[in-house]
Design a protein around this ligand. Structure first.
Ligand SMILES: Cc1ncc(COP(=O)(O)O)c(C=O)c1O
Length: 366
């Protein structure tokens, strides 16, 4: 059972499993021959078509269904992209602080991740150019930076794309939780802004459905499609076709869209419960970043506080709170706690924050 305040846990209890199971069972009960034999490495075409129209409208991604490759989660997209596009010894910018899944995919490809700081405007492109001018790849979460929650400004996006175009570096755009935005519409994807075909766009169903489904997608430029299809086929031929067929129907019939809209309202409510609980029980001890998107936020701690120690003590009390410093590779360690709020009810959130208050009081007096 995911403990509060685990990051990336959606409201699993609110997922329409009845509808999903009904659709899935129909395909399982009487699968066509097409669904039972080897499929296209790029994925089940009706799903790719549904994704292409969704991404065009919702994220201003420019693509045809043929440019979409269905993968087993964003992690497989990161792995394939790193193996295909990086040579051993190549440098790749990663966000500091950032997502360990991307760091390890780059390391596993024999390449060298170079941490580049994230500030209030997003990734610091000038620092990247100064620190690693010959980088071959940039891994980035521009919609909602993981874990800080920053949205990259348009100026920075254009700066990054200009540099990527000039240097020929690939941009891996991870749009892992773009569906959840509360204040305004999200900025269009980098992929849609890009003119050069350097951006590889990735998304996942782990947050809008559930993580064990292991389905995600990548969008690559037309001249990369063939190489990526071969890499996917060599890795595992293709993703499960029956689940893909059920998912295509789930999307086309509007069930996924409806679920996402309901979750947007629910997560906004839960973020408000978190804000109120932090004000009431932790007032002054942490500085909570008001989440305007996503499923988690940061509670900043005073500079000298040992966030790893707090995380350990909280774990003993039944909380799973990741320390912000664990997301840094080396530079500018700021102390804080990452609080996932999407997967927890009002009572769990309030009780969890009260427990955290007791932990913080202990740390102070020790
Ligand atoms: C930044 C980021 N990218 C991607 C993912 C999702 O990965 P996957 O689709 O492999 O479950 C997560 C989930 O935690 C994430 O935080």
């Amino acid at each position: 059972v995911p403990l509060p305040f685990q990051v990336g846990v959606p409201a699993l209890e609110a997922f329409p499993f009845e509808i999903w199971n009904r659709i899935l069972h129909r395909y399982l009960k009487k699968p066509s021959r097409e669904l039972l034999f080897y499929g296209d490495p790029g994925g089940y075409m009706p799903l790719r078509r549904a994704l292409a129209s969704y991404l065009t409208v919702a994220r201003a991604v420019r693509c045809t269904p043929e440019q979409i490759i269905v993968v087993s989660g964003a992690q497989q997209a990161l792995d394939i992209a790193a193996r295909l596009l990086l040579d051993p010894g190549d440098q790749a910018w990663i966000e500091e602080p950032g997502y360990a899944g991307a760091y390890w995919a780059i390391v596993a490809a024999g390449a060298r991740p170079v941490p580049i700081n994230v500030d209030q405007d997003g990734l610091n492109v000038q620092q990247g150019i100064a620190r690693s001018p010959r980088a071959r790849m940039i891994y980035i979460t521009p919609s909602h930076q993981f874990p800080l929650g920053t949205t990259m400004t348009l100026t920075r996006r254009l700066e990054l794309l200009r540099w990527a175009h000039k240097s020929g570096a690939w941009v891996l755009e991870d749009d892992y939780d773009n569906e959840f935005h509360y204040a305004s519409h999200p900025i269009a994807s980098l992929q849609g802004l890009d003119q050069s075909g350097n951006v590889i766009y990735l998304g996942t169903f782990s947050k809008i459905m559930f993580a064990s489904l292991r389905l995600g997608y990548m969008v690559v430029a037309p001249d990369l499609v063939d190489g990526f299809l071969r890499a996917k086929a060599v890795t595992d031929r293709h993703c499960h076709t029956i689940e893909q067929a059920a998912l295509a129907e789930f999307i086309i019939e509007g069930h996924l869209g409806r679920h996402i809209r309901r979750m947007r309202t629910l997560y906004l409510h839960r973020s408000q419960v978190l804000i109120n609980a932090v004000e009431k029980y932790l007032g002054g001890r942490v500085e909570l970043l008001r989440p305007d998107a996503g499923m988690h936020t940061v509670a900043w701690l005073p500079l000298e506080t040992d966030d790893r120690k707090i995380s350990q003590l909280a774990a003993a009390d039944g909380l799973q709170i990741l320390p912000l410093t664990s997301f840094y590779q080396k530079t500018q360690q700021r102390s804080g706690l990452i609080l996932g709020f999407a997967g927890y009810g009002d009572h769990e959130i309030r009780e969890g924050i009260q427990k955290l208050a007791r932990v913080l009081a202990k740390v102070k007096t020790q």
